[in-house]
Design a protein around this ligand. Structure first.
Ligand code: PEP
Ligand code: MG
Length: 570
C-alpha cells in the first residue's frame, strides 16, 4: 500500500500495533443534583490529573526533549485546560444531564470535526492534538492508570491510527525503526517528530494498514511512502539491499563533516542550511553547514493568538545569532499569506492566495508589523552576522519601499539609543519570474540575491505547488525555469553581488553540477541534504560542471535533461 512518505529511509521490522481504546458513549443520564455536582467535580479533578501528567513528562529528565517537543507538550497542557472546552463540558453535564465522560466525548468530537474540516492542512492536522488532550482527560474519568512508557523488544515498526504527540515522546524510541499511520498529514506530529529523530515514517496509509497484526513483518520506505505487510522473499531482499546501501552511504557521508566543500579544481562552495529554529540550525552545522541561507521567521508567528512583540522577536533572533558560531545568518522577513495563514490576522478569502496578499505585500501595506520585525532583527544584529532578506519581490519599487521602512526602523532605534549593525546587508529572494528576468535591474539595489526555486517554479509554470493533482507538472528541470535561474546567477556575477539559492533545488543532488556550472557558489538546504551535496562537490571539477551546464542548455525538455544529469552525477 502507499501513503505519504514524511521521513525518508527504509525500515524493516515487526509490527507493533497500537489500537485506540474504544471511546463510546454510555448514554446514561444523571438524575439528581448530587450526581451532577459529583460529575462536575470528577471532570475538574480529571483535568488537573491529566495536566499534571504532562507536566511530569516535561520534568522527566530521562526524556531529552527538544524545543519543538516541549512546544507540543505546552500545546497539550493548554488544550487540557482550555476554558471553552471546560465550560462546554460543564454545561452539558448541568443542562443535558450527561455523564462527564459522555459530555467530554461530545465536546471533543465537535471540536475535532471543526478542525478537520479546515482547509488549512496545518490547522486540520491539529485535530490530533485535540483528540489526544480529550483522551488524556477521559482516561482519568474512566480511572485508567497513566500510561506506561512502552518499551519494545527488538526492532519494531509502530502501526497506529495516528500517533499522539505525547505518545511519540514517551515511547522507547531506541527500538522503533519506523512509523506507519492510518491517518495524519505532512505536518502532523508523527511527521515532525519522526523527521526530527530520523525515523522513517509513512502517514495517511488508509484503513488497510490497520490489517497488520502484531508480529507481522513490515517493510516501509519513508521516501516513496510504500509499505509492505509480510512481503515475499525477493521483495524483502531487494529492500534489505537498498536499506544497507543507504545506511553505509549515510555513515560514510557523516565523515565529510569537516572536509572543506571545494571542487577538485579548487573552487570553494558555501553550503548553508534552511531553518525555522535553533534545532534545525544545530543539526545543519552538525552535518557540515557553514551558515544559514534562510531563516523562515513565520514559525515564530504561528500557533499563537497575537503578533509576537518586538522584544519576543528580538529574543528569538538573538538566540539564533548567539548560537550561529559567527556564521552568516540570512533572516527572511515574514512570508505569511498564501499557504501560511495566521489565526489572529484575518485575510479575506482569496481566489488565488498564492497570487494574493502575502509576504512583502502585507509588510508594505502594514508597515507597523514590518517595522516591529525589522527593529527586532536590527537589535539582534549586534550578536552575530545577521543579514536581512525580503521575500516575494516583483519589482524595484517594492525594494525601495522596503528599504525606506528599514531606514525608518534604524532611525527609531537610533533615537531610542539602541545599538544595531548600521551596515547590515540587505538582500531579496528571487522567486517571481519578473524579478528573475530583471535581475540586472534589481542587482543595483541590493547586497545579495537568494533564488527561491519553490515559488519561482510554481509561478513560471503556473503550477500551484500545493495542488497534488498537478504535482507532475511541477517541473524544476523545465528549460524555462533553468534559464531564469541561469540569468539570475549571471546577472549577480556581472553586478558583483553574491547569489545563493535556498529553494529545494539547492538540496537536489541531480541539480548540483548544473548549478555549479551556472556559477552558483552558495547552496542552502534542509539539514539532512548537506552531506550528499558536499560529496558531489568534492568529487567533481568546475570544468566538468561548466560542460554539464552548456550541454543542458542545448536540450529542449526536462526528461532528456534529467536522464543526462543522472548519467553525469557521480
Ligand atoms: C522558495 O520559494 O523557494 C523558498 C525558499 O521559500 P518558501 O518555500 O518558504 O516559499
Ligand atoms: Mg518562497
Amino acid at each position: 500500500m502507499k501513503g505519504i512518505g514524511v521521513s525518508p529511509g527504509i525500515s524493516i521490522g515487526r509490527a507493533f500495533v497500537i489500537s485506540k481504546a474504544a471511546t463510546t458513549f454510555s448514554g446514561v443520564q444523571l438524575t439528581t443534583n448530587e450526581d451532577i455536582a459529583a460529575g462536575i467535580s470528577k471532570f475538574e479533578a480529571a483535568v488537573v490529573s491529566a495536566s499534571a501528567e504532562i507536566e511530569a513528562i516535561k520534568m522527566d529528565l530521562n526524556l531529552t526533549l527538544s524545543a519543538d517537543e516541549l512546544n507540543i507538550l505546552e500545546i497539550q497542557v493548554e488544550l487540557i485546560n482550555d476554558p471553552q472546552i471546560k465550560d462546554d463540558v460543564v454545561e452539558k453535564i448541568e443542562t443535558d444531564k450527561k455523564t462527564p465522560g459522555d459530555a467530554l466525548l461530545e465536546v471533543i468530537a465537535n471540536l475535532v470535526t471543526v478542525f478537520e474540516e479546515m482547509d488549512d492542512e496545518y490547522m486540520s492536522a491539529r485535530s490530533a492534538d485535540i483528540r489526544d488532550a480529550g483522551a488524556r482527560i477521559l482516561k482519568y474519568l474512566q480511572n485508567i492508570p497513566p500510561p506506561v512508557i512502552p518499551t519494545f523488544n527488538g526492532d519494531v515498526i509502530i502501526i497506529a491510527d495516528d500517533i499522539s504527540p505525547s505518545e511519540t515522546m514517551t515511547m522507547d524510541l531506541q527500538h522503533v525503526r519506523g512509523f506507519a499511520t492510518r491517518a495524519g498529514s505532512k505536518t502532523s506530529h508523527t511527521a515532525i517528530i519522526a523527521k526530527a529523530k530520523g525515523i522513517p515514517a509513512v502517514v495517511a496509509c488508509g484503513d488497510d494498514v490497520m490489517m497488520a497484526v502484531e508480529g507481522d513483518l513490515i517493510v516501509l520506505d519513508g521516501a516513496t511512502g510504500f509499505i509492505h505487510i509480510n512481503p515475499d522473499e525477493s521483495a524483502l531482499n531487494d529492500y534489505k539491499l537498498k536499506r544497507d546501501a543507504l545506511a553505509s552511504e549515510t555513515e560514510k557521508l557523516k565523515g565529510l563533516k569537516d572536509v572543506p566543500s571545494i571542487t577538485t579544481d579548487g573552487v570553494s562552495v558555501h553550503l548553508e542550511v534552511n531553518i525555522s529554529g535553533i534545532d534545525d540550525m544545530l543539526l545543519g552545522f552538525e552535518n557540515g553547514g557553514e551558515g544559514v541561507g534562510l531563516l523562515r521567521t513565520e514559525l515564530l508567528f504561528m500557533n499563537r493568538d497575537s503578533f509576537p512583540t518586538e522584544d519576543e522577536q528580538f529574543e528569538f533572533y538573538k538566540s539564533i545569532a548567539l548560537q550561529s558560531k559567527n556564521n552568516p545568518v540570512i533572516v527572511r522577513t515574514i512570508d505569511i499569506g498564501g499557504d501560511k495563514q495566521l489565526s489572529y490576522f484575518n485575510i479575506d478569502a482569496e481566489l488565488n492566495p498564492f497570487l494574493g496578499y502575502r509576504a512583502i505585500r502585507i509588510c508594505l501595506d502594514r508597515p507597523e508589523i514590518f517595522i516591529t520585525q525589522l527593529k527586532a532583527i536590527l537589535r539582534a544584529s549586534v550578536f552575530g552576522k545577521l543579514k536581512i532578506m525580503f521575500p516575494m519581490i516583483a519589482n524595484v519599487q517594492e525594494i525601495r519601499a522596503a528599504k525606506k521602512l528599514l531606514e525608518q526602523a534604524k532611525y527609531e532605534l537610533t533615537i531610542q539609543n539602541i545599538s544595531f549593525n548600521a551596515n547590515i546587508k540587505v538582500g531579496i529572494m528571487i522567486e517571481i519570474p519578473s524579478a528573475a528576468v530583471t535581475a540586472d535591474i534589481l542587482a543595483k539595489e541590493v547586497d545579495f540575491f537568494s533564488i527561491g526555486t519553490n515559488d519561482l517554479c510554481q509561478y513560471t509554470l503556473a503550477v500551484d505547488r500545493m495542488n497534488e493533482k498537478i504535482s507532475h507538472l511541477y517541473d524544476t528541470y523545465n528549460p524555462g525555469v533553468l534559464r531564469l535561474i541561469g540569468n539570475v546567477i549571471e546577472q549577480g556575477a556581472k553586478n558583483n553581488i553574491p547569489v545563493g539559492m535556498c529553494g529545494e533545488v539547492a538540496g537536489d543532488p541531480l541539480a548540483t553540477l548544473l548549478l555549479l556550472g551556472m556559477g552558483l557558489k552558495e547552496f542552502s538546504m534542509g539539514p539532512a541534504a548537506i552531506p550528499v551535496i558536499k560529496k558531489i562537490i568534492i568529487s567533481n571539477s568546475e570544468t566538468k560542471a561548466k560542460q554539464v551546464f552548456s550541454t543542458v542548455m542545448q536540450m529542449d525538455n526536462s526528461t532528456d535533461i534529467l536522464a543526462y544529469l543522472r548519467q553525469v552525477t557521480t
